[in-house]
Design a binder for this molecule. Structure first.
Ligand SMILES: Cc1cc2nc3c(=O)[nH]c(=O)nc-3n(C[C@H](O)[C@H](O)[C@H](O)COP(=O)(O)OP(=O)(O)OC[C@H]3O[C@@H](n4cnc5c(N)ncnc54)[C@H](O)[C@@H]3O)c2cc1C
Ligand code: FES
Ligand code: FES
Length: 1491
C-alpha cells in the first residue's frame, strides 16, 4: 500500500495578516485616490500626499498666509482654532448649505474632502472687513486678540446659519446668541466677554429688513426678545418712551437721560427690579451707516514724499495715512462716543463653490510608513476594511481620538474616517405619521451631536411627554463640550469610548437603548446598551464591528413614565461632568413604581445603574416621603466611595448622587401631577440674556486723549492679520525646539540618555546644562537661584532637563519624549502646611509694624481689645491662561554674534540680559523684540525668559534660526501661577467694632525657586489692610519653598490675596460681634491723614467713601440687600447673597525702586509721520493705543500719524517690565517728555507758520533748518522710595505713588442642591483719574473683574499626591466662559463728588492725571465670593448649623476658590450629612490643593 509522504516541516500556525498584507489588496481595488479635494476661502485646493499626522490646524498653519487660525490648547477647549466648514445640508431635502464651526486642532485633515474650509482670512481683511470683524473692533471686543479669530468664526457660523437665502429671512435673537451655546466653545481671557456679546447683538438690533420673526416666537426670553424685535421692526417707536436698552445705546440715550430703570431685563432678575446702574449713565451711540463718518481730529493724517530741498511741502504728492487707525471712531457727541458700522449684507457673503455641489466623494487613502488614512464612502467599504484589518481605528469627530493622540501618546497606525459615510451620518427626521406610531427613534450613530440636539427638540415638540427621553438627551447635549465639538462629535464616539463620565450614556442606559452593530462576518446585530459597558473604557463591541445605529425606545401613549437627566461640572458650559445622571421611573395606575432605572456617571469606572436602589424603589408608592428616604439610603449603599477615591471629591460626589435623586423625586412627581411638591427643589440655575451698561459719557475728553478709541490693532486681530511670534513667516533652515521635562516632582537625575532622541526622524541636536558657558546655567528675576536646565536633580514636575531641536515642531516634540531618564525619587513638599512643618522657606525677613508693634508692645494693644478673633484662611493659586502660550524665535546673524530675539515677553530687558549671559555676547548685540503678546497678565514678566535663552544657545550652536511655542500643558506645567497663600491671623476690636490690633503670619507657596515670590509677598502684606485703619499692626511675610513650579507675577501680584484676607477678617469680626458688615466697614475706613501699616499717609485723593456712597446708590444696594433677605426667607433650595466691597491698589513697583523709570524714543520724519518707541509691551491692555494718543495729543497731530512698530531693546535700552499696572504711568510720562522736547524745538516753526499748519509742514520746515526731529524721553517716578525697617513716620518714603481705588457690588444665587451658582448682577465703579481712553479702561475693568471672578470661584489648581500638576489644560482647569459673566453687568468711572462737582485729583502727578487700571479691579471679583459666602451662610442659618468660621467641629469654612464642591458641602443640610465619607487613618484626598 502506498502511503502519502508526510510534510517535511511543520505547518505554519495561522497568523493575523499584517497591515500591509491585509490592506494592500483593498487599496489597489478600491482606494485609488490619494489626494484631498476641497476649497479654502473660495479657492480650489488639492492637497496631494497630505501629511497623515496632520490635523486641519496643522495644515492651515502651514499655509503662508493663513496664520489667523491659532493654536491655543490643541485639545478642543479654547476655540482659538475655530474655522467654519461649509457643506451641503441634505437633512431638509432642499438644496441648502450649512456652516459648522469646528475646532481645527482636533479635526482630521481627511475630513475636509469635498468641503469648503473658511478661515478668518476668508471672510474679510483690514482693507475690507466683514461686518463681524468691524463691529467687534469698534465695540472693543478684542484686547490681546489671540482668541478673536476663533470667536469671529464661531459668530460667523451663527450669523450665516441665521440667513435663509431662499426666503431672504434673517432670524437671529439674543437667545440664539447667548443661550444656545454658539460661543460655549470659545474662551477669552482678556475682555470679560461683554463687548463681544454686544457686537454679536448688533446683528439683532440692526434692521435686516424687519425679518426677525423667529426671535419673537421664542417668547421664553420675554421682554428683551420682544423689545429687540420691536426695535428691529419699528425702531424706537415701538418701545416705551425711554432708552430701548439696545446694545451700545439707543438714540433716546442722552447725557441728561435720567430714567434708565427700564433699560433691560432678565428672566432671572436680581432681587431689585431695577437693572441699570447710575441714573446718569449714558451708553455710546451706535449706528449703522452705508458710509460711516470719521472723526478728522483723531483720524486724518496725511503724509507727503520726503523732500530734500527747499521745495514747499505742498509741492509733493499727498497720501492719506492708512496704517494705524484702521477702525476709526466716528467721534463723539457731547462726550458720548459715536460708533458707526457699515451695513451688513447677508447676500454678499462667501458662497458655496459650485464645483463642490457636483463633487462626488471617492474612496481616499494616503499616508506613509508610520500612519495611513482611509476614507471609505459607504458602509460596505468600511465593513470590508474592518474585516480585512480589525485594528483599523474608526474616527468620527476625532474629539476623543485626537486628544488621545496628542496628550496620551496613542498612535493609531491605520485610521478610517467614518463621518462622511451617509449610512452612519444621516439621521432622518421621521414624518408626523411615522412618529405617531413610533415605538423608538433611530439615530445614525455618527450623526453630529448638534443635529441630534435639534432632532430631539423637534420630536419632543411634536410628541410631548412621550418623547421625554429625547428632551433629557437634548438637555445633556446642550451642555456637552463646546459647540465646535458638538458640530462634529457623535453618539457612536461617546458610546464606544465608554468614558465613566460620558453625558450621553446615562440617558441611553436609563432609556434602555439598543445599539445596532454591524460587521461583514455577522451582519447587523442588536446589543442592549445595558450589557455594553464591561469595565473602565471597555465594551463588548466586537473588534471587526461598527456601531451603526442607536435605537431609543419611546413608551407607548399613556404610560406613566418619566426620564430626567442631570449634570454637575466645575463650569456649566463646556465641561466634563463631576457627576452625571439619568433616572427613569414607570408607575402603575396607583402611582406605584413598576420599573426604575437610575444611572450615574462619575461614580464608578463605568456608567453604572444602581441595583440596590432600583430594588428598593420597585413596588413602593413613588410620591411618598418614605420612598424618597428609602431611595436615598439605598443610594449610599450603591455608591460607597472611599475617601481617597480616584478623581477625588468623595463627599461631594456622594452628596450629588443624593441631591440629583432628591431633585428627580420632586421633578417626576410634578411632571406626573402626583401632588403638591416643593418646586424650589426642581429649578436648576438658569441664565438670562445678559445686559448692562458702561458709563460712556466722558466730560473730560480732549481732542485725542479721553476719547474711546478702539485698540489700534483690534481690526488686524479680528481679521487674523495681526502677527504673533508663531505667525512670523518661517526662515530658511529654521529649526524647532522640543523640551525634555521631568516626570518627577523631586528626584536625583541618575542618567539622561538623549541618544534615542537623536535617532528620531527629523531630530537635529540636543542641548542641556552642559551647553552653557561655565557658571551661566543659572538665572532668576530677582535672585539667581534657578538653573536653566536641571543639574543633577529635578525639583518640580515639568522642570526642563534639556531641549531637542528638529526640522519640525512635531518632530522635535516627539524626539524630546524619546530621551530616556532614570530618576532616584526623593520626598516632595507640595503644600504650605508641609513647608511650614519642614521649615522649608526662602529667606525673606520683611515685616510691617505700625503703632505699638513698632516698639514690640502688642500686648498692650491686645489688652485694649474687647473681642479677639483668630483664624487660618487659605486662597488657591490661579493659572494665567493667556491664550497665546510662551513662544520665542531667535535668528542669529552671521556677524558679531548678533541675534534677533523675538519673544512673547513682558520683559525685553531681562530677555536681552540673559540671552547675553548664555551666549556670551554683550547686550548691545542682542535685540530682544516683541510686537504683541496674546495675553500676559504677569505670567510672561519673568517666566518667558528661559525659553528665549534655550533657543539662543541652540541657535548659536547651529547657526540656524530656532523657534519654540509651548503646548498648553507644557506652559501650565512650567511657567508658574498666582501664588497660593495662607494667613494665620489674629485681630482685636472694641465692642463697637473699631479695629485695634492685627497680627498675622502670611505664607505664599513660591515653588522650587524664588522668582518674584518675595516681592509678591511684600505686596500681599502691604494690601492686607485693604481700606481699613488699624492702629496697631504686626505682619510677617514668609516665602515657602516647595516642589512645585515656580510661582510668579499674576495681575495683582499678591494684592488680591492680601485684600482677600482683610475682607475675610472683616466678615469674621462682623459675624462674631453680630454686627452688620457694612456698618463695620464704614466704621473702620481710612480717613485722610491716617497711615497705612507701611506708614504711607492717606492723601486728599482718598475717594473710597465717595465710591461706596455712589455705587451704593446706583446699585440700589440697601434695597437689594433687604430684598435678598426676603428672598432667602422664602426659598428653601435657592439662596442669594449680596456684597459691596471697596478696594485700593498701590501703584508703582513697590520696593524695586529702580524699575520705576521708563524711556521713549520719538522720531518725526520729514513727511510728518511719527515713529514712537517706548519700553512698554503690548499684551492687549491697549498700551500702544494710549501711548499713541498721548503723543498725538501732545504733538498736535491726528492719531494715525503716530506708529509704533514693536518694543525692542535696540530702540529702548534698559526698559522695565510692563507690569505693576504702571505701563501707562511710566511710559506715558516718558512719551510726554520726548514730545515736550520736540515741541520746544518745533515751537519757532509753529509760530512762523500759520496756526493751522500741520505737523507735516512744521516738521518739514524744521528738517530743512537742520533741527533734530528725534527725541529720547525719560521719566523716573518721584516721591516713592520706601525702605523696610524704617518706622519713622516723618522720614519713611511712600511705597506707592498713588492708589487706584474702586468698589464693586455683586449679587448671586446658589442652587443649594448642587452648589451651582450664577452672578445675577454686578456693578463696578472705579476711580481711574482722568482716563486716557475710557474704552480701554472699561475693558480692563470688565476683564480684570471676570478674571477675579474666576480666581475666587471656579479656577482651582490641583496636584496629584506625587506632585504632578493635575490641572494642566482647559479640560481640567476652568476659566470663566461667556455664560459665567454677571447677568447684569454695569461699569462706571468716578467723575464727580457727591454734589456733582467734577473731581480734580489734586495729588495725582501722573500723565494726563490718569491712573493705572490693569490690576486694581481684579480684586472686585471677590464680591462674588463674599456674596456666595453670604448665600451659604443664609442656608446654614436655615439648616440650624453654626455660622462662625473655624476648623473645630460644627464650625465652617469657605476658602477661596468657592467651587461648587465647597459651596455645596458648606450648606450643612441633611443630604450632606448623610453622604459624609468617613476618613480612615492615613487616607488622603486623591488631589491636593497646595495653599
Ligand atoms: C474639549 C472636549 C470636551 C468634551 N466634553 C464632553 C462632555 O461634556 N461630555 C462627554 O460625554 N464627552 C465629552 N467629550 C468627549 C468626546 O467629545 C465625546 O466622547 C464624543 O462623543 C466623541 O465623539 P467623536 O465622534 O468625536 O469620537 P471619536 O473621537 O472620533 O472616536 C471616539 C471612539 O469612538 C470610536 N468610534 C467612532 N465612531 C464609531 C463607530 N461608528 N463605531 C464604532 N466605534 C466608533 C472610535 O474608534 C474611538 O474609539 C469632550 C471632548 C473634548 C475634547
Ligand atoms: S486650539 Fe483648538 S480648541 Fe484650543
Ligand atoms: S482678547 Fe480674548 S484672550 Fe485676549
Amino acid at each position: 500500500m502506498a502511503l502519502p509522504i508526510p510534510p517535511k516541516t511543520a505547518a505554519k500556525p495561522p497568523h493575523a495578516l499584517s497591515a500591509a498584507e491585509a490592506l494592500t489588496p483593498l487599496i489597489e481595488a478600491t482606494y485609488t485616490s490619494p489626494a484631498i479635494h476641497c476649497y479654502v476661502n473660495g479657492h480650489r485646493t488639492v492637497i496631494d500626499s497630505p501629511n497623515p499626522h496632520w490635523t486641519l490646524l496643522d495644515y492651515i498653519r502651514a499655509q503662508p498666509h493663513l496664520k489667523g487660525t491659532k493654536l491655543g490648547c490643541g485639545e478642543g477647549g479654547c476655540g482659538a482654532c475655530t474655522i467654519v466648514l461649509q457643506a451641503p445640508d441634505t437633512s431638509s431635502g432642499k438644496r441648502r448649505i450649512k456652516h459648522r464651526a469646528v475646532n481645527a486642532c482636533l479635526f482630521p485633515l481627511v475630513g475636509v474632502d469635498g468641503k469648503h474650509v473658511i478661515t478668518v482670512e476668508g471672510i474679510g481683511s483690514v482693507a475690507k472687513p466683514h461686518a463681524l470683524q468691524e463691529r467687534i473692533t469698534k465695540l472693543h471686543g478684542s484686547q490681546c486678540g489671540f482668541c478673536t479669530p476663533g470667536i469671529v468664526m464661531s459668530l460667523y457660523a451663527m450669523v450665516r446659519n441665521a440667513y435663509d437665502p431662499e426666503t431672504k429671512r434673517f432670524s437671529l435673537s439674543a437667545r440664539d446668541i447667548e443661550l444656545e451655546g454658539h460661543l460655549d466653545g470659545n474662551l477669552c481671557r482678556c475682555t470679560g466677554y461683554k463687548p463681544i456679546l454686544n457686537a454679536a447683538k448688533t446683528f439683532i438690533v440692526e434692521d435686516l429688513k424687519g425679518q426677525l420673526t423667529e426671535a419673537e416666537e421664542k417668547a421664553e426670553d420675554g421682554k428683551l426678545a420682544r423689545e429687540v424685535v420691536g426695535l428691529a421692526r419699528n425702531g424706537c417707536e415701538g418701545l416705551p418712551k425711554v432708552s430701548c436698552g439696545r446694545v451700545g445705546g439707543c438714540c433716546r440715550d442722552a447725557p441728561s437721560e435720567s430714567d434708565s430703570e427700564n433699560k433691560s431685563s432678565t428672566s432671572t432678575p436680581p432681587t431689585e427690579p431695577s437693572m441699570t446702574s447710575t441714573d446718569d449713565q449714558v451708553s455710546a451711540i451706535v449706528d449703522t451707516k452705508k458710509y460711516p463718518v470719521v472723526d478728522s481730529l483723531v483720524s486724518g493724517a496725511s503724509y507727503a514724499d520726503p523732500l530734500k530741498s527747499k521745495e514747499s511741502a505742498g509741492a509733493a504728492q499727498e497720501t492719506k495715512t492708512a496704517t494705524s487707525l484702521e477702525a476709526p471712531v466716528a467721534g463723539s457727541k457731547h462726550g458720548v462716543p459715536l460708533i458707526q458700522f457699515q451695513e451688513y449684507a447677508p447676500d454678499a457673503e462667501l458662497i458655496f463653490p459650485s464645483a463642490l455641489w457636483k463633487y462626488e466623494l471617492q474612496p481616499l487613502c494616503y499616508g506613509n510608513d508610520k500612519k495611513i488614512w482611509f476614507r471609505p464612502t459607504n458602509l460596505e467599504q468600511l465593513l470590508e476594511l474592518k474585516d480585512a484589518y480589525p485594528s483599523v481605528k474608526l474616527v468620527g469627530g476625532a474629539s476623543e481620538i485626537q486628544v488621545e493622540v496628542r496628550f496620551k501618546n496613542s498612535d493609531f497606525a491605520v485610521s478610517a474616517y467614518v463621518s462622511d459615510i451617509p449610512e452612519l451620518k444621516h439621521t432622518k427626521l421621521p414624518t408626523d405619521t411615522e412618529l405617531e406610531n413610533a415605538k423608538e427613534l433611530v439615530l445614525a450613530a455618527n450623526t453630529p451631536l448638534t443635529e441630534i440636539e435639534a432632532l430631539c427638540r423637534q420630536v419632543y415638540a411634536k410628541l410631548g411627554k412621550r418623547a421625554i427621553v429625547l428632551e433629557a438627551l437634548r438637555k445633556q447635549l446642550r451642555y456637552f463640550a463646546g459647540r465646535q465639538i458638538r458640530n462634529v462629535a457623535s453618539l457612536a464616539g461617546n458610546i464606544a469610548t465608554a468614558s465613566p463620565i460620558s453625558d450621553a450614556n446615562p440617558v441611553l442606559l436609563a432609556a434602555g437603548a439598543t445599539l445596532e452593530v454591524v460587521s461583514k462576518s455577522e451582519g447587523s446585530v442588536d446589543l442592549p446598551i445595558s450589557s455594553f459597558f464591561v469595565a473602565y473604557r471597555t465594551t463588548t463591541l466586537p473588534p471587526d464591528a461598527v456601531l451603526s445605529r442607536v435605537r431609543i425606545p419611546l413608551p407607548a401613549p399613556g404610560v406613566r413614565e418619566v426620564l430626567k437627566a442631570y449634570k454637575q461640572a466645575k463650569r456649566k458650559d463646556d465641561d466634563i461632568a463631576i457627576v452625571t445622571a439619568a433616572f427613569r421611573i414607570r408607575l402603575d395606575s396607583e402611582g406605584v413604581v413598576e420599573d426604575a432605572c437610575l444611572v450615574y456617571g462619575g461614580m464608578a469606572p463605568t456608567t453604572k445603574v444602581s441595583p440596590k436602589t432600583q430594588e428598593a424603589l420597585v413596588g413602593r408608592r413613588w410620591f411618598h416621603s418614605e420612598t424618597l428616604n428609602a431611595g436615598l439610603s439605598a443610594l449610599l449603599q450603591d455608591y460607597d466611595l472611599p475617601y481617597g477615591v480616584p478623581g477625588g471629591m468623595a463627599d461631594y460626589r456622594k452628596t450629588l448622587t443624593l441631591s440629583f435623586f432628591f431633585r428627580f423625586w420632586h421633578e417626576s412627581a410634578a411632571e406626573l401631577g402626583l401632588g403638591e411638591v416643593d418646586n424650589q427643589a426642581i429649578d436648576e440655575i438658569h441664565r438670562a440674556i445678559s445686559t448692562g451698561t458702561r458709563d460712556d459719557y466722558n466730560p473730560f475728553e480732549q481732542r485725542v486723549v479721553g476719547k474711546q478709541i478702539a485698540h489700534l490693532s483690534a481690526l488686524k486681530q479680528c481679521t487674523g492679520e495681526a502677527e504673533y511670534i508663531d505667525d512670523i513667516p518661517r526662515f530658511e533652515q529654521e529649526l524647532f525646539g522640543g523640551l525634555v521635562l521631568s516626570s518627577k516632582a523631586h528626584a536625583n537625575l541618575v542618567s539622561v540618555d538623549w541618544e534615542p532622541a537623536l535617532a528620531m526622524p527629523g531630530a537635529v541636536g540636543y542641548i542641556d546644562k552642559n551647553s552653557l558657558p561655565e557658571g551661566q546655567n543659572i538665572w532668576g528675576s530677582i535672585k539667581k537661584d534657578e538653573p536653566f536646565f536641571a543639574d543633577g536633580k529635578v525639583s518640580h514636575h515639568g522642570q526642563v532637563i534639556g531641549m531637542v531641536y528638529g526640522e519640525t515642531a512635531l518632530q522635535a516634540q516627539a524626539a524630546a519624549k524619546a530621551v530616556k531618564i532614570e530618576y532616584e525619587v526623593l520626598p516632595a513638599i507640595l503644600t504650605i502646611d508641609e513647608a511650614i512643618e519642614a521649615r522649608s522657606y526662602f529667606q525673606h525677613d520683611k515685616l510691617l509694624r505700625k503703632g505699638l508693634a513698632i516698639t514690640d508692645e502688642m500686648d498692650e494693644a491686645w489688652a485694649q481689645c474687647d473681642r479677639i478673633f483668630e483664624g487660618q484662611t487659605r486662597m488657591g493659586g490661579q493659572e494665567h491662561f493667556y491664550l497665546e502660550t510662551n513662544a520665542a524665535l531667535v535668528i542669529p546673524s552671521g556677524e558679531d554674534g548678533c541675534m534677533e530675539v523675538w519673544s512673547s515677553t513682558q520683559n525685553t530687558m531681562e530677555t536681552q540680559e540673559f540671552v547675553s549671559a548664555v551666549t556670551g555676547v554683550p547686550s548691545n548685540r542682542i535685540n530682544a523684540r516683541v510686537k504683541r503678546l496674546g495675553g500676559g497678565f504677569g505670567g510672561k514678566e519673568s517666566r518667558s525668559v528661559p525659553f528665549a535663552c534655550y533657543l539662543a544657545i541652540a541657535a548659536k550652536k547651529e547657526k540656524r534660526p530656532m523657534r519654540l511655542m509651548l503646548n498648553r500643558d507644557e506652559d501650565m506645567l512650567l511657567s508658574g501661577q498666582r501664588h497660593p497663600v495662607q494667613a494665620r491671623w489674629r485681630v482685636g476690636v472694641s465692642k463697637e467694632g473699631k479695629l485695634i490690633a492685627l497680627d498675622a503670619d502670611v505664607y505664599d507657596n513660591a515653588g522650587f525657586s524664588q522668582d518674584m515670590s518675595g516681592a509678591v509677598m511684600d505686596r500681599c502684606i502691604t494690601h492686607f489692610d485693604n481700606v481699613y485703619e488699624c492702629p496697631n499692626v504686626f505682619l510677617r511675610g514668609h516665602v515657602c519653598k516647595t516642589n512645585i513650579h515656580s510661582n510668579t507675577a499674576y495681575r495683582g501680584f499678591g494684592a488680591p490675596q492680601g485684600m482677600y484676607f482683610s475682607e475675610t477678617i472683616m466678615y469674621n469680626i462682623a459675624e462674631g460681634l453680630g454686627m452688620d458688615i457694612d456698618e463695620l466697614r464704614w466704621k473702620n475706613l481710612y480717613k485722610i491723614g491716617e497711615h497705612t501699616p507701611f506708614l504711607q499717609k492717606i492723601d486728599e485723593d482718598w475717594h473710597i467713601p465717595l465710591l461706596l456712597e455712589q455705587l451704593g446708590r446706583s446699585s440700589h444696594y440697601e434695597k437689594r440687600k433687604a430684598a435678598v433677605a426676603e428672598f432667602n426667607a422664602k426659598n428653601r433650595w435657592k439662596k442669594r447673597g449680596i456684597s459691596l466691597i471697596p478696594t485700593k491698589f498701590g501703584l508703582s513697583f513697590a520696593t524695586a525702586l529702580h524699575l520705576n523709570q521708563a524711556s521713549a524714543y520719538i522720531k518725526i520724519y520729514a513727511d510728518g509721520s511719527v515713529l514712537l518707541h517706548h519700553g512698554g509691551t503690548e499684551m492687549g491692555q491697549g498700551l500702544y493705543t494710549k501711548m499713541c494718543q498721548i503723543a498725538a495729543q501732545e504733538l498736535g497731530t491726528p492719531l494715525d500719524a503716530i506708529f509704533t512698530q514693536d518694543s525692542q531693546t535696540y530702540q529702548i535700552a534698559n526698559a522695565s517690565p510692563t507690569a505693576a499696572s504702571s505701563g501707562s504711568d511710566l511710559n506715558g510720562m516718558a512719551v510726554k517728555d520726548a514730545c515736550d522736547q520736540l515741541n520746544e524745538r518745533l515751537q519757532p516753526y509753529r509760530e512762523k507758520l500759520s496756526k493751522d499748519a500741520t505737523l507735516k509742514e512744521i516738521a518739514h520746515a524744521a528738517y530743512l533748518d537742520r533741527v533734530n526731529l528725534a527725541a529720547n524721553g525719560f521719566w523716573k517716578m518721584p516721591r516713592v522710595g520706601f525702605t523696610w525697617g524704617n518706622y519713622d513716620i516723618e522720614t519713611v518714603k511712600p511705597m506707592y505713588y498713588y492708589f487706584t481705588q474702586g468698589a464693586g457690588c455683586s449679587e448671586v444665587e446658589v442652587d443649594l442642591l448642587t452648589g451651582d451658582h450664577t452672578v445675577l448682577r454686578t456693578d463696578l465703579m472705579m476711580d481711574v483719574g482722568n482716563s486716557i481712553n475710557p474704552a480701554i479702561d472699561y475693558g480692563q475693568i470688565e476683564g480684570a473683574f471676570v478674571q477675579g471672578q474666576g480666581l475666587f470661584t471656579i479656577e482651582e489648581t490641583l496636584w496629584t499626591r506625587n506632585g504632578e500638576l493635575f490641572t494642566r489644560g482647559p479640560g481640567t482647569y476652568k476659566i470663566p466662559g461667556f455664560s459665567d459673566i454677571p447677568q447684569v453687568f454695569n461699569v462706571s468711572l468716578l467723575r464727580h463728588d457727591n454734589d456733582g462737582k467734577p473731581l480734580n485729583w489734586n495729588h495725582l502727578r501722573s500723565v494726563q492725571s490718569s491712573k493705572g487700571i490693569g490690576e486694581p479691579p481684579l480684586f472686585l471679583g471677590s464680591t462674588v465670593f463674599f456674596a456666595l459666602r453670604e448665600a451659604v451662610k443664609a442656608a446654614r442659618k436655615m439648616n440650624g448649623t453654626r455660622i462662625e468660621e473655624g476648623t473645630e467641629e460644627g464650625k465652617w469654612k469657605l476658602d477661596s476658590p468657592a467651587t461648587a464642591e465647597r459651596l455645596r458641602l458648606a450648606v450643612g443640610d441633611d443630604l450632606v450629612r448623610r453622604a459624609k465619607v468617613k476618613r480612615n487613618k492615613g487616607e488622603t484626598n486623591f488631589l491636593v490643593a497646595v495653599a
